[in-house]
Design a protein around this ligand. Structure first.
Ligand code: DGJ
Length: 728
């Protein structure tokens, strides 16, 4: 890993273990993109290999001093609005005189050890100075006193480049930013395919793959949260690249709000871009002020999607997630939501906890309904005071009784919201996002608190802290059950209303920073109606997230498979729930529900008193198995062996960090009569070493397991298997 600048050839080179990223300076000072891909020389001979003067029809030349040069055809690193480039700009600014043309030219650069943190924003971090290197390139607008600092960092051991930009107003007048993306790069159009994750509530992050063809294709969120619908991730790959083969370029945004990511292609080039969504965005940059964009994380793999995912998993698990539970074993939990919904009292919760403790479950989580007068979803959000009718001993009393059973206690909150039927709303009707004289649209009978306001953020920190201090609480589920509408703030004047959505996210991050720092012993799990805000930004504060409100084992195979493109198993909350499943009515075997949940952060979400004796025994076995295998599943490398999007089954393999233990989870979803067994080939083993199946005692070489593969049945619906191997 290193970063260099070749003074003579004017080439910046960023090298990771297997990739090179090259940039140059054109004769007129534009920062050009030269190459990103498999390792090449740091400052190669470019004549005959690369040109920044691509011929374009109907393309104006913007400077007579540089004939033949038009940004319409230049491979750029941070394109701007308003001159001869007709593609999506990374930067669009309006100056005090109403003009909008920006022309960024190289001013200087510095290369240094370490990786900077980004003010107010989550970001990948490095441990020591020599673990990371950073390049900052300063570009200056020819027509104003605005500069842009492009920041590129690399960390030893990861084929990843972290990119962001800081826009600085060095002048004496205000500048309005309409677009300030985190990353943009133009490269040769070699016929890519674009992969992204899409879905909806209860069906998040299904894999979609389309050819990149002439035109501009973007995924985005305009909902104020990263959303169930599209995840802030895309990958461009070779045509036909698969899990093991082909070049793949991943783009992931460490941000939880409105985003855009896209690929804009023409005859010769593709522009890939990612950042805050310019939709309804307008940031007023005061004289002397600066605007920091979120971080985009670019990952390169020359060995298909599998390697790309493993890089994201390791990077995000060890250099984005923080706190005690990044590494510490996490408790197996039981959550009462699907067991009781709002209809519970202390006795019911304790009955669940008692049974759970007998099964070895370690944490009892009390979900929605413990506060205010919350007997349904139409009241009390914002009033974080205990409902003594349901819990006569309060949260403290209940926590103590749960603790006496040998279990930890956890609690649900939805702090970013307010119910119109609440004391908080009656006291502060202007504390929610709203626009004067317009209706306040409700969703799930609730409004969104205005986290762009400091007083609202302080209230949330105070109210949540009071409860957390009042009892022995080891876990918090931080929920968020609607998207934004009427995105306005009562505290900002008209000129600043375009800042509200981003200010909200900055406010949220400040609240999470404070609470996670003040309560370092608490395990925080993020949630947004399931996976509505399952993004790297939230992972910086909370090492796991509730993957989806759909707990059906079959649905979960699709959701968890898609999610694993970017996010590690240690981040995906996954629970065994009752059948018929509450979301889709499907009946699946208890074993399959257990194994599907074990591929994530394992837990239960059902009424244990309704289980048969045999099922209770399975709960005990599953909990013990999970305890035994947790380390491999969460810290090991994951290989996707069989895709539910391409077959009737799914298979995941996990290899421990020291490569000595291997787990294989196999699922057949839909049975087919009279069909031969399915061959599943393992991956990532040492071919010349031998591995023993710990149950059957059979011994296979790594070469046999990887090249011949193991046979699994597919003649019936909902078959599941877990095999474990030890290296001899
Ligand atoms: C949505 C979450 O995803 C569920 O798990 C549950 O906590 C409900 N909210 C409670 O209202």
């Amino acid at each position: 890993m290193h970063i260099k600048f070749d003074e003579k050839k004017k080439i910046f080179s960023i090298s990771t273990e297997h990739s090179s990223y090259l940039m140059g300076l054109s004769a007129d000072g534009i920062l050009t993109h030269i190459y990103y891909g498999k390792k090449v020389d740091e400052a190669p001979e470019l004549s005959g290999v690369y040109t920044d003067k691509i011929k374009k029809a109907f393309a104006p030349v913007y400077d007579k001093a540089f004939p033949g040069i038009t940004t319409a055809g230049t491979y750029q690193e941070y394109p701007t609005f308003g001159s001869t480039d007709y593609r999506t700009p990374a930067l669009k600014a309006e100056y005090a005189d109403g003009t909008k043309i920006t022309r960024l030219v190289y001013e200087g650069h510095r290369i240094y050890s370490g990786k900077p943190s980004l003010s107010g924003l989550p970001a990948v971090y490095a441990y020591s100075g020599d673990e990371a290197q950073t390049l900052e390139i300063t570009l200056k607008d020819k027509y104003s006193d605005m500069s842009v600092v492009l920041i590129y960092s690399v960390i030893k051991g990861f084929d990843a480049i972290m990119r962001s930009a800081e826009i600085v107003n060095g002048g004496a007048e205000r500048i309005k930013l309409y677009s300030a993306l985190s990353a943009s790069l133009d490269c040769y159009n070699s016929g890519f395919e674009l992969t992204y994750l899409s879905g909806t509530w209860a069906r998040e992050r299904h894999i979609k793959r389309i050819p990149v063809s002439f035109g501009n294709f973007a995924i985005d969120s305009k909902r104020g949260a990263s959303s169930h619908i599209l995840n802030p991730f895309m990958a461009l790959s070779d045509k036909g690249a698969d899990e093991r083969r082909g070049e793949v370029y991943g783009f992931s945004l460490v941000y939880s709000g409105n985003f855009t990511a896209g690929a804009e292609a023409d005859d010769d080039s593709v522009r890939m871009y990612m950042g805050i969504n310019p939709f309804d965005f307008c940031w007023v940059l005061e004289p002397g002020g600066s605007f920091q964009t979120p971080e985009a994380v670019l990952v390169y793999s020359d060995s298909g999607f599998g390697e790309m995912s493993r890089t994201y998993h390791r990077l995000y698990r060890t250099r984005l997630c923080r706190g005690k539970y990044r590494d510490a074993a996490r408790p197996v939990l039981i959550n009462n939501w699907e067991a009781t919904y709002f209809n519970f009292n202390e006795e019911k919760i304790l009955n669940i906890a008692k049974k759970a403790s007998e099964c070895g479950i370690e944490l009892m989580v009390l979900d929605d309904g413990w506060f205010g007068k919350r007997n349904s979803d139409n009241s009390s959000l914002g009033d974080w005071t205990v409902d003594y009718d349901k819990l006569p001993g309060g949260i403290d009393g209940l926590a103590k009784k749960v603790n006496a059973l040998g279990m930890k206690f956890g609690l649900w909150f939805e702090p970013e919201m307010v119910s119109p039927d609440s004391e908080l709303y009656r006291r502060h009707p202007d504390w929610c996002l709203h626009v004067k004289n317009r209706s306040r649209s409700e969703s799930r009978n609730q409004l969104v608190l205005d986290l762009s306001r400091k007083d609202v953020c302080d209230y949330i920190v105070g109210a949540v802290s009071d409860i957390l201090k009042s009892a022995d609480i080891s876990y918090v589920k931080w929920d968020m059950n609607r998207n934004m509408s009427e995105v306005g703030s009562a505290l900002l004047d008209g000129e600043h209303q375009g800042e509200v959505a981003h200010r909200y996210i900055l406010g949220l991050y400040s609240v999470l920073e404070k609470l996670t720092a003040d309560f370092p012993e608490i395990l925080f799990e993020s949630c947004s109606g399931g996976g509505g805000r399952f993004d790297p930004g939230m992972m910086y504060y909370m090492p796991q997230a509730w993957t989806s409100d759909d707990t059906d084992a079959v649905e979960r195979l699709y959701i968890q498979y898609g999610t694993s493109l970017v996010y590690a198993s240690s981040m995906m909350g996954a629970h065994v729930s009752a059948v018929p499943n509450h979301q889709v009515g499907r009946v699946t075997p208890f074993e399959m529900r257990g194994l599907a949940a074990m591929c994530g952060r394992f837990g239960y979400e059902l009424d244990l008193s309704k289980l048969t004796g045999d099922e209770i025994n399975q709960v005990k076995e599953q909990t013990a198995a999970y305890r035994k295998y947790e380390e491999i599943i969460h810290k090991g490398d994951m290989y996707r062996l069989l895709s539910p999007f391409e077959s009737d089954g799914a298979a995941f393999e996990f290899i421990s960090e020291d490569k000595s233990r291997v787990l294989l989870f196999y699922f057949n979803i839909k049975g087919t009569p009279c069909i031969p067994d399915r061959r599943v080939r393992l991956d990532g083993l040492e071919p010349e070493m031998y591995y023993r199946d710990t149950e059957s005692g059979r011994i296979y070489s790594g070469a046999v397991l990887m090249n011949m593969g193991l046979l699994f049945p597919r003649g019936a619906d909902n078959i599941s298997r877990l095999l474990s191997f030890e290296k001899l």
